[in-house]
Design a protein around this ligand. Structure first.
Ligand SMILES: [Zn+2]
Length: 437
């Protein structure tokens, strides 16, 4: 306040104004007034009150328009004030405070001759004015201190959170008291019974239960980001994993999930494999069983190979002659997933990993897995084409197996003989015959 030379008398008593609003609004209004944001002020009597109208420049291009009704005491006390403003707050806002402060300084000048009948003009002594200024300065210091404390408190809160995060990352066996929400990863196979099964990974939220295990996983509503406690408390592996998930194609239909919420993705490419490995390393990777219960954590397993075999459909029926080509994992059970690269999920053993396709391309693999039910007779009639296209894969048992001869090198025989008189004139006089033995 010391920047403003004290007016010999203030038309409105500022300490009564300060008491009638909250300190933060007062402080902001005072700033607006000091920075000359009050563009216009008119004062006119309104019965036993005064009507203040004016404009204050706020954050918008257009200044806000205000009207305030003030009931003023004989010594300029603010007994009542009601402000309306076009700003979003609309009522008793900082713009109103700024206009009131302007009225306090300029009021006497503006209303010369308009003083209502009953108002007794009581001039402030210089001591009263300087007392008021001292009081306001003290109040301003108080407000500044409160804001400084709030700033330190905000920072301490953030520090506390980061300390908690560090403890959580370094704790080998989190105790039962550590019940912070954590990321839980769920595996699912899209189109598990169709020709194109795909392994998907979903990030969810859960917390460790006191009795062990995890609470029912909750879907994430917003993609996890900095500033969310669950994100800030998460490990470096979780952070890497979330980055990788962001980079992968969403497995959900576009209109249901927003672009930013890719919480369930199809595991694709090198990053897909990396994401799966990382998820397995957290010990928080699960397969959702029916009724939403969790199985044991899924681990990263050794690479498995595919074995191809022909299977008869309905072998118990005497006249059944239908066959199909069947793929299964050589080492143990598990479902083959046509991700790129191909992956497997072994729910029984709680393992997932890469598949060795024995050199088959993704296209070949997809085509082979589409094998229909085929009649034995049809297979027999197409024996030559089958053996040509199946390559190293087994032929159906209904087809006569072509014996394989091994360990023998073919021998080339060249026989020369004189040409027959008929051919001698056309070609050379000697005929050559090549054969293999
Ligand atoms: Zn306002």
């Amino acid at each position: 306040m010391s920047t403003h030379p004290p007016a010999p008398q203030l038309w409105l008593n500022l300490s009564t104004l300060l008491r009638s609003c909250d300190a933060a609004t007062y402080s902001r209004g005072l700033d607006l007034y000091r920075n000359q944001h009050v563009m216009e002020l008119r004062i006119e009597p309104l019965g036993d009150r005064w009507l203040l109208t004016g404009q204050v420049q706020g954050s918008q291009r257009q200044p806000y328009a205000l009207s305030i009704e003030v009931k003023r005491g004989p010594a300029g006390q603010v007994l009542e004030w009601d402000s309306d403003c076009t700003c979003p707050v609309g009522y008793q806002c900082k713009h109103g405070v700024a206009l009131m402060i302007k009225a306090a300084y300029k009021g006497a000048q503006l209303i010369a001759g308009h003083e209502p009948e009953d108002a007794t003009h009581q001039k402030m002594t210089l001591t009263q004015v300087s007392d008021q200024i001292r009081m306001l300065e003290e109040r301003a210091r108080e407000i500044a201190l409160q804001e400084a404390q709030a700033q330190v408190q905000r920072w301490l809160k953030e520090l506390e959170r980061s300390n908690l995060a560090r403890t959580a990352t370094h704790a080998q066996h989190p105790g039962p008291t550590q019940r912070n929400e954590q990321f839980l990863y769920l595996l699912d196979i899209l189109g598990a019974n169709g020709p194109n099964p795909l392994l998907t990974l979903e990030v969810t939220l859960s917390y460790p239960k006191v009795a062990g295990g995890w609470s029912k996983p909750k879907p994430v509503r917003f993609f996890p980001e900095r500033g969310q406690p669950v994100y800030d408390l998460a490990s470096a592996t979780d952070h890497d994993l979330l980055q990788l998930i962001r980079a992968m194609p969403s497995s959900a239909s576009g209109y249901y999930y927003s672009y930013n919420l890719k919480s369930k993705v199809t595991l694709e490419g090198r990053y897909g494999v990396e994401a799966l490995q990382k998820a397995a390393s957290t010990g928080r990777l699960f397969v959702t069983e029916t009724r939403g219960t969790l199985s044991k954590p899924v681990q990263w397993g050794a690479q498995r190979t595919i074995t191809w075999s022909w299977q008869q459909i309905h072998p118990s029926e005497p006249d059944s002659d239908l066959w199909t080509l069947h793929a299964r994992l050589t080492e143990g059970d598990g479902q083959l997933c046509l991700n790129n690269p191909p992956l497997y999920l072994d729910k029984t053993r709680g393992l997932c990993g890469l598949l060795d396709t024995n050199g088959l391309s993704m296209g070949q693999l997809a085509a082979l897995l589409k094998a229909p039910r085929m009649q034995a007779q049809a297979l027999q009639s197409l024996q030559r084409e089958l053996s040509l296209q199946l390559g190293n894969l087994p032929l159906p048992p209904v087809v006569e197996q072509v014996p394989t001869v091994s360990g023998l090198a073919p021998r080339v025989c060249l026989r020369l003989k004189p040409a027959t008189p008929q051919n001698a004139g056309l070609h050379s006089p000697i005929e050559a015959h090549v054969s293999f033995a």
